[in-house]
Design a protein around this ligand. Structure first.
Ligand SMILES: [Zn+2]
Length: 94
């Protein structure tokens, strides 16, 4: 499994690093250029998370859509746009 370029700076210098802390194994995928990293307790999860994490712009858009959807939750019926937004959020947040 290989890593995609860094979502923050675009660097292809993406490395893997495993270490032990508090008796637990940690596996991190990180960018040697800007230091962005993602760690979990299993390397394949870390790589998967790294490869599927939203880019900063997308992350911001998701935040905005999220707050709009929350605001609209009060209305009784879901409008088509609302349904689309909820569906999008569900997919992106997986
Ligand atoms: Zn980077």
């Amino acid at each position: 499994m290989s890593e995609k370029p860094c979502p923050f700076c675009g660097s292809k210098e993406v490395l893997e690093h495993s270490y032990k802390e508090d008796n637990q194994d940690w596996h991190s995928v990180y960018c040697s250029n800007c230091g962005a990293n993602f760690q979990t307790n299993k390397m394949e999860y870390s790589v998967e998370k790294w490869n599927t994490r939203p880019t900063p712009d997308l992350a911001e858009a998701v935040d905005v859509i999220d707050s709009v959807v929350l605001e609209m939750r009060g209305s009784r019926r879901l409008s088509p746009a609302q349904r689309k937004a909820e569906d999008f959020l569900r997919r992106v947040k997986e």
